[in-house]
Design a binder for this molecule. Structure first.
Ligand SMILES: *Cc1c(COP(=O)(O)O)cnc(C)c1O
Length: 339
């Protein structure tokens, strides 16, 4: 099967498995796992931050960040499509007792002006106190779109003027860095906390990391424990993460290239109404009116291809390291052959 429903479907390669097998491990709840400690210090250093902490999932890393930045009753600002609002099971309210002020952004991205407009006046005690802004880069529901770094800097300025925390849901931050030629240090400078997934395009079986400065991160171990995320000999998975940082970052450009080629091919097909701009590894496209989405997905599946349907003729393809050049060539022919 050519499975392009998500970049989370990747399985460890033999070389990554070898790195896992050879990992030196210890009890990470006692902070005695040397491989986890190495992964954390490497990422903290890469982003120019004091600390990093390994989490079982990106959702938990984001939820911990929200908890570290807020008090119950407060409010965070995010795009209406944000993962922290839509896809973490209502965790912001469940774990931190905060509400989300949703901004009508563009492809999952919001502007500094929109942030400023959505801050509740702090002395108006009828409204929840705004204390945090959460951005996503690349955006998931926004089709892998990347922020302009200047906009992020402008948002930082607004946050400073209003004493708001700034968190980045960087599940696919490495895709943005590779696509835009940006550096982790740039991001470390403007964000208070950053979560990064190792289990998406970087291809590990599990794990995300939350990165930030001592001031906020000093409570991160406690919050992770409360959320049930304290793990023991998890250095096996940290070893996969270290392997991924060394071997699987630059190759994201291949995923982006193949996504571009798929988008160009799709745009030329009569059954496609529209293809959204492709910046990284996510392609969102719309079927022509009158073509049934379920039937279309079934026809692809009959040819060994899995992509995801988002409803109302909106479809999503995600390229990743398990999607090889021969698969790519095969899929391009399949797409051209559908009527
Ligand atoms: C995948 C993803 C996460 C984390 O998801 P988990 O499945 O919990 O690891 C967070 N934010 C975005 C934008 C994502 O795409």
């Amino acid at each position: 099967m050519i499975d392009l429903k998500s970049d989370t479907v990747t399985k460890p390669t033999p070389a990554m498995l070898e790195a896992i097998m050879n990992a030196e491990v210890g009890d990470d709840v006692y902070k005695e796992d040397p491989t986890v400690n190495l992964l954390e210090s490497r990422l903290a250093e890469m982003f120019g931050k004091d600390q990093a902490l390994f989490f079982p999932s990106g959702s938990m890393a984001n939820q911990a960040a929200i908890k570290l930045h807020t008090q119950p009753g407060e409010q965070l600002i995010c795009d209406k499509w944000a993962h922290v609002y839509n896809y973490e099971g209502g965790g912001a309210s469940f774990n931190s007792g905060v509400s989300c002020k949703l901004v009508d952004g563009n492809r999952g991205m919001i502007t500094a002006a929109q942030v400023a407009e959505n801050i509740n006046p702090p002395d108006f005690y009828h409204s929840p106190l705004t204390s945090l802004v959460c951005l996503e880069n690349t955006t998931n529901k926004g089709g892998g779109a990347c922020y302009d770094f200047e906009e992020i800097q402008a948002i930082r300025k607004v946050c400073d003027e209003h004493q708001l925390g700034l968190h980045l849901d960087g599940a696919r931050l490495f895709n943005a860095l590779v696509a835009k030629g940006e550096s982790p240090k740039q991001y470390g400078e403007v964000f208070d906390t950053i979560s990064v997934c190792l289990s998406k395009g970087l291809g590990t079986p599990m794990g995300s990391v939350l990165i930030g400065d001592e001031k906020l991160m000093k409570n991160a171990m406690r919050v992770r424990k409360v959320l049930g995320g304290g793990m023991r000999q998890i250095g096996f998975m940290a070893a996969a993460g270290l392997y991924a940082l060394e071997n699987n970052v630059e190759r994201l450009a291949e995923d982006h290239q193949r996504a571009q080629e798929l988008a160009t091919t799709l745009a030329a097909q009569a059954y496609v109404k529209q293809v959204e701009p492709v910046e990284t590894n996510i392609i969102i496209f719309y079927l022509n009116d009158g073509i049934n989405e379920v039937d279309f997905l079934k026809r692809l599946e009959d040819r060994g291809v899995i992509i995801s349907g988002m409803g109302q003729g909106k479809l999503r393809i995600v390229t990743h390291l398990g999607y090889t050049q021969p698969m790519h060539e095969e899929l391009m022919e399949i797409l051209k052959g559908l009527v």
